[in-house]
Design a protein around this ligand. Structure first.
Ligand code: ADP
Ligand code: MG
Length: 334
């Protein structure tokens, strides 16, 4: 079996020299309590104290997004996506504008990708989530989701059935068996929102890398794309204002009878997509980059190229043999 990268090695690596002499210095902060992954913020400030205040403010905003988009936990006083899921078939839920806005982006990308990225397929994803959690807790007894249950869940993934009422700020799932899961888009979307007004800053939210302006000396941030097999650098991207997001089959997975079952599911089959080992998308909008990385992971190269052209994005695919493909007009810069 080929070498699997550890959870931390998956994140796109940022190759960053020390801050420039005389001017503002470069600082870094790491957080472990956001979106079930590691978050690294790097930026420039006149003092560590100044940077810490700024990084903490970004963290605190991200924590709010995390809680709003969480489908597994309740938070006192917050109507989040779990509340919406729990109210499926019962009643609309009044939610924060940040939920409405994310769902509108998800809906647009669902339509744009021909359903390849579908935030309304929580019914299917939860079966894989449960199987993975059980397998990781007890690898000896790892088992696949029940085939009949998967088939049944696939009948409840139509995003067009989700009722988003912008005026009332409510969301309703009329189908009692439908569930939302925004895992494919939420990190990239939240990263874009919290860095909107930033300058000279780079945020790496579990491999979703989002830049807000160049480094203090005006040069771009250099982001390494790792080879899924060796972990060595495949390519170096130069980013000043834009995002690079990788979806990979090595990021979250479990093993049954020596076969790997990862976390990106093809909505047309209900099973893990098998075209690629990893797909990295570059796009000015970090939320779109995140959604496209998942969509392209499901689609073949031709379908992916068409999507990239539509959104002005670029991609690097690594196929099952380790062959590296780059999209038409790829520059690796943004
Ligand atoms: P990661 O979140 O690990 O960086 P992705 O952005 O590709 O990777 O998102 C994968 C997550 O999105 C999964 O954990 C699952 O919750 C959800 N997901 C998996 N397949 C799809 C899909 N085809 N459409 C929408 N969401 C998906
Ligand atoms: Mg994604």
């Amino acid at each position: 079996m080929r070498r699997r990268l550890g959870a931390l090695a998956l994140a796109l690596l940022c190759l960053l020299p020390a801050g420039c002499a005389g001017g503002p210095k470069q600082y870094e902060a790491t957080y472990w309590d956001l979106f079930d992954t590691v978050t690294v913020i790097k930026g420039y400030a006149d003092s560590e104290a100044d940077f810490t205040v700024r990084a903490q403010a970004i963290h605190d905003q991200l924590l709010e997004y995390h809680q709003l988009y969480d489908i597994y936990h309740d938070y006192e006083g917050i109507a989040n996506l779990k509340t919406v899921n729990d109210s499926a078939g019962i009643a609309p839920v009044e939610v924060d504008r940040r939920i409405i806005d994310l769902l509108l982006v998800c809906k647009a990308l669902y339509a744009g990708s021909g359903g390849a990225v579908n935030a309304a397929m929580g019914s299917v994803l939860s079966l894989w989530h449960e199987a993975r959690e059980a397998a990781l807790a007890d690898p000896e007894n790892a088992a696949l989701p029940d085939g009949a249950a998967l088939e049944e869940a696939l009948a409840h993934i139509d995003f067009d059935a989700v009722v988003i009422d912008e005026a009332a700020s409510t969301v309703f799932l009329p189908d009692p068996d439908q569930r939302l899961d925004v895992g494919a888009v939420a990190k990239g979307y939240a990263a874009a929102q919290v860095t909107k007004d930033e300058e000279t800053l780079i945020l790496n939210l579990g491999g979703n890398v989002c830049t807000a302006g160049p480094k203090a000396d005006g040069s771009p941030w250099v982001v390494a794309v790792p080879d899924p097999d060796s972990g060595e650098t495949l390519d170096e991207l130069s980013l000043t204002r834009g995002a690079a997001v990788t979806s990979g089959d090595y990021q979250r997975y479990f093993t049954v009878d020596g076969e790997i079952y990862h976390h990106i599911i093809d909505p047309s089959t209900g099973w893990p997509a098998r075209n690629w080992q990893s797909v990295t998308v570059l796009c000015a909008d970090s939320g779109v980059a995140d959604a496209l990385s998942t969509a392209l992971f499901v689609l073949d190269q031709g379908e992916g190229e068409a999507l990239l052209a539509e959104y002005g994005a670029q991609a690097i695919w690594v196929d099952q043999e380790g062959t590296v493909l780059r999209s038409a007009g790829f520059t690796g810069t943004l």
